[in-house]
Design a binder for this molecule. Sequence first.
Ligand SMILES: Cc1cc2nc3c(=O)[nH]c(=O)nc-3n(C[C@H](O)[C@H](O)[C@H](O)COP(=O)(O)OP(=O)(O)OC[C@H]3O[C@@H](n4cnc5c(N)ncnc54)[C@H](O)[C@@H]3O)c2cc1C
Length: 454
Amino acid sequence: MGKNLVIIGGGAGGASIAAEVRRRDPAMSVTMIEAGNFVSTAACPMPYYIGDLIKDENNLIARTPEKFRETGVDVRINTRVDGIDAAKGSVALSDGTALPYDVLALATSTDAFVPPIPGVDQEGVFTLKRLPDAIAIKHYIEKEQCRKAVIVGGGFIGMEMCEALRMRGIDTRVIDLAPRPVMRWDPEFTRAIVEEMERHDVPFLPDTKTIAIEKGREFRFRLNTNRGEMNADLIIMAVGIRPVNNLAKDLGLETGKTGAVRVNFAQRTSKENIYAVGDCCEVYHLVSRKWVHIPLGDIANKQGRVAGINIGGDSMIFPGIVGAQSFRIFNLEVAATGIDEREALESGYSPACTIVWEDSIVGAMPDAKRVGIKLVADRSTAKLLGAQTVGETGAVSRINTLSCALTAGMGLQDIGYLDFAYAPPFSPAWDPIHVAAQQLLRQMQSNAVGACNL
Ligand SMILES: Cc1cc2nc3c(=O)[nH]c(=O)nc-3n(C[C@H](O)[C@H](O)[C@H](O)COP(=O)(O)OP(=O)(O)OC[C@H]3O[C@@H](n4cnc5c(N)ncnc54)[C@H](O)[C@@H]3O)c2cc1C
């Protein structure tokens, strides 16, 4: 008889494990336990569903429980794992039953953090983490005919949501405790982001602390902040996430500083026959050479597949990430990879930085737009450490190219002369990547200070 695999969590990571194990080991009994009523959902497109660019929530579901069951995976939705007895090898389910396992996989993700603000628990104040949240927000916008919204938190989800709410014609503002939105990016680039928000009538209010959410008169809420009162019919709290690690703690699994579960390159945890994947666990950063917590969907999919391959009897490692990330805000592409100058210092490098603004395609072409590129490199080796971009076109594709360069451990000299597929509609002959790499190398050779914010 085959072994019993129990997967806790049916999101991107859990569903990837189930699919891979099923392909590799038909004899293994696979059960996927999901607290919510969907499995295999794509959370990343949720802002576009709320903005009504994607009409039907079913398009956000890669595979239904029925489809999984057809392949022999036992999917239990609306069922929570409340506890694990590692000595007995069984999980306690919210329906009062227990389920034995030989191999266990945690794919429990993170929860949206809700700060303890008076009034935060009212209807109309939302977090956006899972598909039911997106469905509830969309339904609420339509039912209440929302006119004004406040997004608390200027991270990438806050950015994507302000575009989504403007698509619905809702007067929207973003407030944040920090002086700038999306602090991963250089102040020069966040300035471009704030200007883009303002072009679409979305003010960004920095250094703004939410004190209380009270009932309003003309609008449903009156938000009290250290910078005055604001009206809103809808409030989105997008202030961060926390790994869901109560089960990991019960099991005595090692966790990192962020609370995310420690894994090795095969996705094994510190305990025999227990794996972890996705947002609930750490991942190795190839540039900082540290185990980090970067909760992103593409990483969850890859970790899930690698865990599935190992559980299914083959052998595979997930070597790690370089920290590539992107989002869109109205007409701007925003992307980054690697590490910034602060992380570089913390990781023992000696960072040098430059910023260039160049035409993304040949300047004589109609619709040529500029793209900003910031590069961070190590002074002692001239190796690339990180990059950030912003622009209407070509920002994300350039970060993908630079992610390859980072993975290959390339230096500025080689990056400055990389062979690209040049043609006027796609790039200038000297691509902005070449220009930035050569400029940074020159600066480093002449000991110029550059654009580091340290
Ligand atoms: C609005 C938004 C936009 C995003 N955009 C991007 C993007 O553009 N690019 C990108 O790379 N990433 C993006 N992400 C992040 C991406 O969605 C996550 O990294 C990914 O979903 C993580 O997959 P996961 O399997 O770890 O967790 P999830 O997909 O969250 O699944 C975890 C599942 O575990 C279940 N669960 C938890 N505890 C238990 C328990 N005790 N018992 C049973 N079930 C349990 C939960 O109900 C949940 O369904 C976005 C996220 C959000 C919220």
